[in-house]
Design a protein around this ligand. Structure first.
Ligand SMILES: [Zn+2]
Length: 491
């Protein structure tokens, strides 16, 4: 499916990948819509890209300076995103990193004023800055006392030409001043996902403490989002009838509304985790495990899971059992894996019950015990574990020492597991239809399972083949190599 969130990597410099999100092209389209002559539009798009890049590179350099290596810079509809190896936590270092971006743009505006002074050979830097600002807001030129030769120029929008000896160069300078001024100032708004949100939270944190500062930042961000939305309705929609401006403004307001809340939740989790809340410690572990804050970092994830597990979090104990099973972030250790799975299972964690069942089935860290394994699987299934439901269903499908054969029960359990997108359940259902244990009312059912298996990748295809051999053995019949589902669908 088409997604504006897709990243297109362009090139890599010293380990930092520079790329663009597809949504970036929307800005280019907008500038095309807003702009003047085509050359100016091209120039505008190019300078916009360059200005955002300068902003993000400033973040990246600041990060590198304080020991947090940048991983990727990606330009998007909302400007750009710089990702770092370590997550950006609310502290002094992140304040520095956040401030570097807007500062780089503001410095560039200063440079343009110096450049304009040099190009025209008159005025001072301060009046040139005023000129850029007034020009941006379309204010009357007479309000500013500009250097001789400048105040006679027509002053319209930022795109209007200026008759001067340094005409073209000056126009370029104006454009750079305009873009960087907007980027610098807009990013200082105290709302996430803008840099100003991080700066505001950092400054507020030194007075209010982390958690309250995060909350206040969220409230301020949401007030700004509502104010922006009101402005869009009042000014863009009702007064000016500018549907496109209205739409863009609303998207930005919506992003600020969501960004403010998301960042608040994330900060709160960290603050609670530091204070020893097991649920929060587990959640922080997940953030590192999934790589939501930066690079995936299983070593750090395991440290948080271990803390949470010590404080009694069953979910964290389950994660520790899996980490020790696969040696993910720790040295593999059967006994520890078994011990953690047992602890979590004692708290009736459904996933842990199923995992412990598998350990008993395979004799992993314990003596094999099929009866115990089945009891655990069944308990897990009753509590909603897809893996438990699947394991119990597989036994019902052909009957086992523990249960009588019951295809209907197997089907029901597998469908419950598949509702949780547990792919082995789709494989089993597919085989049950394929080998005639179940009869499909229409071919769509089979097609759906087959598509799900194909989408799940090579591991799912392998499992399908292995299970198919088991089915052939179980049913002791010769079947053609091609799935007979194909013929059944057309019957
Ligand atoms: Zn920034």
């Amino acid at each position: 499916m088409f997604s504006f969130d897709k990243k297109i990597p362009l090139f890599t410099i010293r380990g930092t990948t520079i790329g663009i999100y597809r949504s970036f092209f929307l800005i280019v389209l907008l500038t095309w819509y807003w702009g003047g002559p085509w050359l100016e539009r091209c120039l505008f798009s190019f300078l916009l890209l360059a200005s955002i890049l300068v902003h993000e590179i400033a973040h990246a350099l600041a990060g590198a300076l304080v020991g947090n290596r940048p991983r990727a810079i990606t330009l998007s509809f909302f400007g750009g995103v710089t990702e770092f190896q370590a997550p950006i936590l609310p502290n002094g270092r992140s304040l520095f990193i956040a401030f570097a971006g807007p500062l780089s743009n503001i410095l560039l505006v200063l440079c343009t004023a110096v450049g304009a002074k040099a190009l025209c050979g008159n005025g001072d830097v301060c009046s040139w800055l005023k000129y850029f600002v007034y020009d941006f807001f379309d204010w009357e030129m007479t309000k500013v006392s500009l250097p001789v030769g400048v105040n006679v120029w027509h002053c319209g929008s930022a795109f209007v030409g200026i008759p001067c000896e340094a005409w073209d160069s000056l126009r370029l300078v104006k454009l750079v001043a305009f873009l960087n001024g907007v980027l610098g100032v807009f990013n200082l708004f105290p709302a996430f996902p803008l840099d100003g949100g991080r700066i505001f939270r950092g400054l507020a944190g030194s007075v209010l403490g982390g958690k309250r500062a995060a909350f206040v930042t969220m409230v301020v961000g949401r007030i700004l989002a509502v104010a922006l939305a009101c402005w869009c309705v009042g000014h863009d929609l009702i007064l000016e009838h500018e549907i496109l401006d209205f739409a863009v403004g609303c998207i930005v307001a919506w992003a600020i509304w969501l960004g403010s809340y998301g960042e608040y939740v994330r900060t709160k989790v960290f603050v609670d985790a530091e204070a020893g809340d097991p649920e929060a410690e587990y959640n922080v572990g997940c953030l590192y495990q999934e790589g939501i804050l930066g690079a995936k970092d299983m070593d750090t994830a395991v440290k948080w899971f271990e803390r949470a597990a010590e404080h009694g979090s069953a979910s964290a104990q389950f994660e520790m059992a899996q980490a020790y099973e696969y040696g993910d972030g720790v040295e593999p250790d059967k006994d520890l894996a078994f011990a953690y799975a047992t602890k979590a299972a004692e708290q009736k964690d459904p996933s842990a019950l199923a995992l412990l069942g598998a350990f008993y089935e395979d004799g992993f860290g314990c003596d094999p015990d099929d009866e115990r394994a089945f009891a655990l699987y069944r308990e897990a299934a009753e509590l909603g574990s897809a893996r438990g439901q699947y394991e119990v269903a597989c036994r019902y499908a052909f009957g086992s020492e523990e249960v009588e054969r019951d295809v209907g029960k197997a089907k029901q359990l597998l469908e419950e597991a598949w509702a949780q997108e547990y792919v082995p359940a789709a494989i089993e259902l597919h085989l049950m239809y394929e080998f005639g244990l179940l009869v499909a009312d229409d071919g769509n059912v089979l097609r759906e399972y087959r598509k799900a298996i194909e989408n799940a990748g090579p591991n799912a295809a392998d499992l399908l083949e292995r299970r198919r051999i088991r089915y052939k053995c179980h049913l002791s019949i010769e079947l053609p190599d091609a799935p007979s589902a194909e013929t059944k669908e057309t019957e």
